[in-house]
Design a protein around this ligand. Structure first.
Ligand SMILES: *Cc1c(COP(=O)(O)O)cnc(C)c1O
Length: 470
């Protein structure tokens, strides 16, 4: 069956020689047309191999598809997907979605020139950091601030500038690996700081830091937020305030990789979990850094806050140039920071914040709506609303589960795992979850506009021919 279908797929050259496709070559480069034809045929082959079609469409229909793909610039590999996982800051799905207002501002800036490094008042060269520094200081109470490409870069730059060639005490309970490629020990090594490991995995005491500084030659203290794991049982750690007291008494600094944080108390959004991005600073750390696209819900970037003299030294580090933030991320960051002046506005305009603060009731309500739409489109579908645990994701709130709701269903001709895979192969992919042989569509991370497309995706799975799977 499958091999018969595969044999019916037309040849690239046959399609390229058809008049409509030939005519398209007046508007698009030949290589682009050819690649689009091949992509369309690959797509058919893929569908035939996975039993998603029963017949190969007629030549005219294939031609129409190719023409519409050409128009849509279909060959992009990086493309939009629908997130039905309930994981808000899904690192593999690009972390924070931007929302209308930030996206519109971004588009406006991207289309033309901007005053990135131009001081309009004085008609002179300006600093790209000036656009957000004041705002960051206003929102966090920091003396000075700067922004780089991402938080990994911020950690590296902080250590390289302030601790290169120096011994730095760090607790064994904080030697974390984040996302497979960011490991505290390696980053410290590369930055030129010498790590003095202290304490144990579960317990580190103030006396461990004192000993490191008094007897082992450590000058500074480094702290990393354990953003993607929790240690239960007998644990003990030292507060930032205690660290600051010990370090400052000995002329050292506390450098804190805070990972992630909100710019206002989470209670302002009705949430009772999550920390403040400036908490470490208020407790006495000299420099803190965190991601722009985790709990801030903004663009990929790393934010450094701290005492003016240290931030100025970081700005002067030659390596800053390699880690500098681009204008598009800066535009998004600035508008998100503007929103953060008012927690209610931030929650309304920054999708990640809205999603994180959704109550179980709101999730249920949305799930009932989606479930209703699915059952209306496919009356025989067994879709039902169930409770699920969602996550903040992105290593931002380890161990915190958010009460949410999902639509769960099974399919007559495919297993839930198979359905999950097929959803990834769509032109507009849907990323879902599977649990106990059911496909779960968690609504926390769905946008209102996604719902009709999700219903269509479920309908496609229902329309699959019977009896060939399982
Ligand atoms: C996420 C995280 C990082 C890395 O931040 P990126 O913005 O992904 O580069 C570093 N440290 C901690 C503690 C984190 O949680």
């Amino acid at each position: 069956m499958t091999s018969r279908l595969l044999r019916q797929i037309p040849k690239t050259d046959n399609i390229l020689s058809r008049p409509a496709i030939k005519a398209a070559q007046d508007h698009y480069p030949y290589a682009f047309v050819k690649a689009t034809v091949q992509a369309c045929l690959d797509d058919l082959r893929e569908k035939a191999l996975h039993d998603r079609i029963d017949t190969i469409p007629p030549m005219e229909a294939i031609e129409d598809t190719i023409l519409s793909w050409l128009q849509a610039g279909h060959l992009n590999h990086l493309k939009r997907v629908i997130n039905a996982t309930g994981v808000v800051l899904h690192t593999n799905l690009g972390r924070a979605p931007l929302g209308e207002a930030a996206a519109a501002h971004l588009a406006e800036l991207a289309k033309g020139y901007c005053n990135l490094e131009y001081d309009l008042e004085n008609g002179k060269r300006g600093s790209r950091y000036a656009h957000v520094e004041k705002l960051l200081c206003e929102l966090t109470g920091a003396e000075a601030a700067m922004v780089v490409n991402n938080n990994a870069g911020a950690v590296f730059l902080m250590l390289n500038t302030l601790a290169k060639g120096k011994k730095v005490a760090v607790s064994r309970g904080e030697l974390v690996e984040i996302g497979g490629s960011f490991r505290i020990p390696e980053i410290m090594y590369e930055s030129g700081a010498e790590m003095v490991e202290i304490g144990c995995t579960n317990k580190t005491h103030p006396r461990d830091y004192e000993r490191a500084m008094d007897e082992l030659g450590a000058e500074h203290i480094f702290k990393a937020y354990t953003s993607n794991f929790v240690i239960n049982g007998f644990t003990e750690s030292v507060s930032v305030a205690e660290m600051a007291k010990m370090a400052h008494e000995r002329g050292g600094l506390v450098l804190f990789d805070q990972g992630s944080g909100f710019l206002f108390p989470p209670e302002a959004m009705g949430m009772h979990v999550g920390n403040l991005a400036c908490a470490g600073l208020k407790d006495g750390a000299d420099v803190v850094c965190f991601s722009g696209d985790k709990l801030l819900g903004s663009a990929q970037c790393g934010i450094l806050l701290g005492k003016k003299e240290y931030i100025e030294r970081i700005k002067k580090n030659q390596l800053t140039r390699m880690l500098r933030i681009d204008k598009l991320s800066l535009a998004v960051l600035e508008i998100c920071l503007q929103f953060c002046r008012d927690p209610k506005l931030a929650q309304e305009k920054i999708p990640a914040l809205r999603m994180l603060s959704m109550t179980e009731q709101e999730c249920r309500f949305n799930a009932e709506q989606l479930c209703g739409m699915i059952r209306e489109a496919i009356p025989t579908c067994d879709a039902k609303v169930i409770s699920v645990k969602d996550e903040a994701g992105g290593g931002s709130m380890a161990g915190v589960l958010l009460d949410g709701a999902a639509v769960a269903m099974s399919f007559p001709s495919v297993t839930a795992e198979r359905a999950e895979t097929l959803l990834h192969l769509r032109e507009l992919p849907v990323v879902a979850r599977v649990s106990r042989d059911c496909l779960l569509l968690s609504v926390r991370t769905l946008f209102e506009e996604d719902l009709p497309e999700v219903v269509e995706a479920v309908r496609e799975l229902y329309a699959l021919p019977m009896g060939r799977e399982r």
